[in-house]
Design a protein around this ligand. Structure first.
Ligand SMILES: [Zn+2]
Length: 229
């Protein structure tokens, strides 16, 4: 049984979560796991997120957004293996903002996650591939830092410009993470979801007499609790 507690601290923008773990067979070391990014089913854009496990569900909190935007995925909500697989593919190590000095390592064929020109002014990240770099001599700013002014032509694999080419600057581009280890919380959640889908015997047919009695007992207990306050 996995229990968890949710407590809201006054003034905090997101709830502090104390939660149990999904499975006991995952090593939880002190290792620094790569931060996560998640492709939201709502707009199919990538977001930096934190994950927590709560009562056999995965809660996804979007960095920089308040908890009203949190998404909640119960492990038993998946009806096919393909759905679980598709959900798994929504996670990966977080891409990082490209630095001006990293310009030389970006070239034709580099996979990036970038912001695309938006009519609404929203900053959303989607996957793209660099098709050409129109290189310009890097200048220096007042503090002596290298400034990249090159034009990166991106071919979009996702998002509103899918299959089109647009021009981006260094500030629009995030480089894909090299550390591709999956966060252990996501790994155990997926394991739990697969177990629920395949491992537990399906309850086919009618409820048993005993289950009906149990339900009545539970409901009586609940009612009793609410009466007592
Ligand atoms: Zn450059």
């Amino acid at each position: 049984m996995h229990k968890s507690l949710l407590s809201y601290q006054s003034g905090a923008t997101s709830p502090t979560i104390f939660s149990g773990e999904f499975a006991d067979d995952v090593e939880w070391g002190d290792e620094n796991w790569p931060e996560l990014e998640f492709r939201s089913p709502e707009d199919e854009a990538w977001y930096a997120v934190e994950v927590s496990d709560i009562c056999d569900a995965l809660m996804i909190s979007f960095n920089g957004f308040s908890y009203e935007h949190d998404e909640f995925y119960p492990a038993d909500d998946f009806t096919t293996s393909d759905e679980i697989q598709e959900f798994e593919e929504r996670f990966r190590a977080c891409s990082e903002q490209m630095q001006d000095v990293e310009c030389p390592k970006v070239h034709e064929g580099t996979k990036v996650c970038a912001t695309c020109p938006s009519v609404t002014g929203e900053v959303k990240f989607y996957d793209a591939i660099v098709v050409t770099v129109e290189r310009m001599k890097h200048e220096r700013d007042e503090e002596g830092n290298e400034v990249c002014g090159c034009d990166f032509k991106l071919f979009w694999k996702q998002g509103p410009y899918i299959n089109q080419v647009t021009t981006a600057k260094v500030g629009d581009i995030c480089l894909r993470a090299e550390d591709n280890r999956m966060n252990p919380k996501v790994v155990s959640f997926l394991k739990e979801a697969r177990r629920k889908l395949h491992g537990e015997p399906c309850n086919q047919g009618e409820e048993t007499e005993w289950q009906k009695i149990l339900e009545k007992v539970n409901s009586a207990i609940r009612n009793n609790l609410s009466v007592d306050g």
